[in-house]
Design a protein around this ligand. Structure first.
Ligand code: AGP
Length: 615
């Protein structure tokens, strides 16, 4: 997803902007650019397809060093193409015809074609295929000495979503920002102010941040930011929050990739997710952020879990947890499908929105649809202050720390762990006994240690990965709670190694997909020693009869399952409820090593974005 950085201060803006873009690279992009306020009253605009490093090199060549050092105001952008190819002309900043105004934008201007036609009818010549360029020309059209007013006038004429930063040579000491649907955060430093798409670009400079909300428009200067409402033009106050991250959390700290670091962080991230939330002597969980009384929780008749990608897979695991532990009918829904199907909801339903970033457009829209229907809505997010976290108004933070790798790993296991806590809590409000709850509490408390056992298999799993690193297709099969786990394993492999991998219910293979099996198509079978294993072993035999090599995820010591497969990845013995977590970690490691052996760009896979804030 696009990344925005803006700066006003008393030091070279280029350093801040380029460092900020580097910290936003994980969001996924295909081109980058920046605009610096020149000392000669003109803007220096440099844009480049490809990586931020290529942009930095081009800045060095295009602008005299003295001028770069003297420019203390600027904006910058990494573009994930939505309208128009990844070309230099389509890269941001987009500039007004007179070259005085530059805009960087994250989001989609939905009525850009009509606005563009109007502007072209007035003689404006466009230089790009982007929707963003209409903003640059509109702001120029309304610029009569007040940049803030001009930006407001322009934004009142567009539909869609935006996070924008704007500079003008007529107002050299300021950056105007605005937010509707795409996050923007302002970092308030000592005599300097930075604005960015998320805190990872800010946290190395200051922990004091202001989260803009939809409809906010602001003037950023070296002294901070003044915010106003787009609808009312009235002044708006937003609280200054303190970022809890450690600066190093957004660094690789010796790992080759962020993804590998985040895989190995999981014992710690799971401890953070569980910390203070297990009440061992009562066999229940403490989830105060839900803001639901025991009576309200007991009154929930049905759960609907909405999410996308990995978060949807966590929600699918949640179905088995909620129905198995709390007898609460639960329906996981793909968020985009949910928002457009006119969902049937009742006031005593609970809708849970799962989103690591808290900014995924489809999941946010699903939240708004559920709120519209008068349902109780809770968020399971990792990013504090994110839009979904704020708009649900209740929920449970993962506390997993920043997840930089585009492929989600520690967020998934923490999402499942939090869902397990919620299932325990709801179960104890129904038929789950104190003793059963205490037993489960003890197992949950032991999850980080179980994950450590899986991590200890890293080298062994890498050896298995080496055998299969060059395949073109693969299947992942599982039953019951291991089916969504199989989907997640397939997603990990496909999104970082580009191997076509499919997750399937184990029983479903013989109803068609088995036609694709031969000796070149490996099948990863989730054979944890939990109910359903014997049936899946039968499916494994069907695969072997078609000469497909089978990789078994096997409970340590299970000789029968080990004998049934070509290669084994062992996981510790667990209940059904914890099996998805230890199995997912094994599958993350497998996918990582396959992608590494294939020389893939693991942290920023092609075509992908960390947070999909567009439909
Ligand atoms: C998972 O590895 C992917 N990065 C993607 O499927 C992701 O889970 C999905 O886009 C949802 O993101 P969210 O959790 O931030 O809402």
């Amino acid at each position: 997803m696009c990344g925005i950085v803006g700066f006003v201060g008393d030091r070279p803006a280029a350093d801040v902007l380029l460092n900020g873009l580097r910290r936003l690279e994980y969001r996924g992009y295909d081109s980058a650019g920046l605009a610096l306020m020149g000392t000669d009253g003109a803007l220096h605009v440099v844009k480049q397809t490809g990586k931020v490093s290529a942009l930095a090199e081009k800045v060095r060549k295009a602008i005299p060093r003295k001028e770069v050092r003297a420019a203390h105001v600027g904006i910058a952008h990494t573009r994930w193409a939505t309208h128009g190819l990844p070309t230099e002309a389509n890269a941001h900043p987009q500039v007004s015809a007179d070259g005085k105004i530059a805009v960087v934008h994250n989001g989609i201007i939905e009525n850009y074609a009509a606005v563009r036609a109007q502007l072209e009818g007035r003689g404006v010549v466009f230089a790009s295929q982007t929707d963003t360029e209409v903003l640059a020309h509109l702001i120029a059209a309304y610029e009569h000495g007040d940049l803030l007013a001009a930006v407001m006038e322009a934004l009142r004429r567009v539909d869609g979503t935006y996070g924008i930063a704007v500079v003008s040579t007529e107002h050299p000491g300021q950056v105007v920002v605005a937010r509707k649907g795409s996050p923007l955060v302002v970092g308030v430093g000592d005599g300097e102010t930075i604005v960015a798409s998320d805190v990872s670009a800010i946290v190395s400079m200051t922990r004091n941040v202001i989260y803009l909300q939809d409809g906010d428009v602001g003037v950023v200067t070296a002294d901070g930011v003044r915010l106003y409402g787009l609808d009312t033009s009235a002044s708006v106050e937003r609280p200054v929050a303190s970022v809890e991250w450690e600066v190093g959390a957004a660094e690789k700290e010796g790992y080759e990739h962020f993804m590998l670091k985040e895989i190995f962080e999981q014992p710690s991230s799971l401890r953070n997710a569980l910390r203070g939330r297990l009440e061992m002597n009562r066999g229940t969980a403490i989830l105060s952020g839900l803001n639901l009384t025991p009576r309200e929780l007991a009154g929930i008749r049905r759960c609907v879990i909405v999410g996308c990608g990995t978060s949807l897979h966590a929600g699918m695991v949640g179905k088995y947890l909620f129905e198995g532990l709390a007898d609460v009918p639960t329906s996981p829904e793909q968020a985009a499908e949910f928002r457009y199907c006119n969902p049937i909801l009742a006031p005593d339903d609970l809708v849970i929105a799962i989103s690591q970033s808290g900014e995924t457009a489809d999941t946010l829209a699903a939240v708004r649809e559920a709120v519209q229907k008068g349902t109780v809505v809770a968020g399971l997010c990792n990013v504090v202050g994110s839009t979904i976290a704020r708009e649900t108004g209740r929920g449970v933070y993962l506390h997993a720390g920043p997840e930089i790798g585009v492929a989600s790993t520690k967020a998934f296991t923490s999402q499942v762990a939090v869902l397990l806590l919620l299932a325990l809590k709801m179960g104890r409000g129904r038929r789950l006994s104190r003793e059963e709850g205490m037993t489960l509490c003890r197992e949950i408390e032991g999850i980080p240690g179980l994950v450590e056992q899986v991590l200890a298999q890293n080298e062994r799993i890498a050896q298995v990965a080496e055998k299969y690193a060059q395949v073109r297709d693969a299947f992942f099969i599982g039953r019951g709670i291991l089916y969504p786990t199989a989907l997640e394993g397939a997603l990990k492999l496909k999104e970082i190694s580009y191997i076509h991998a499919e997750g399937y219910q184990a029983a479903e293979l013989k109803h068609g997909p088995i036609a694709l099996l031969d000796e070149s198509v490996p099948v990863v079978a989730l054979l944890n020693d939990i109910p359903g294993k014997e049936k899946t072993l039968g499916n494994v035999e069907e695969c072997r009869a078609r000469k497909a090599p089978v990789i078994g995820i096997v409970t340590a010591g299970d000789e029968a399952a080990t004998a049934a497969v070509a290669d084994v990845i062992e996981v510790p013995r667990t209940s059904s409820y914890v099996a998805p977590i230890v199995t997912a970690v094994a599958l993350q490691i497998f996918a990582y090593h396959v992608a590494r052996l294939r020389g893939c760009e693991i942290d920023q896979p092609r075509n992908l974005a960390k947070s999909v804030t567009v439909e």
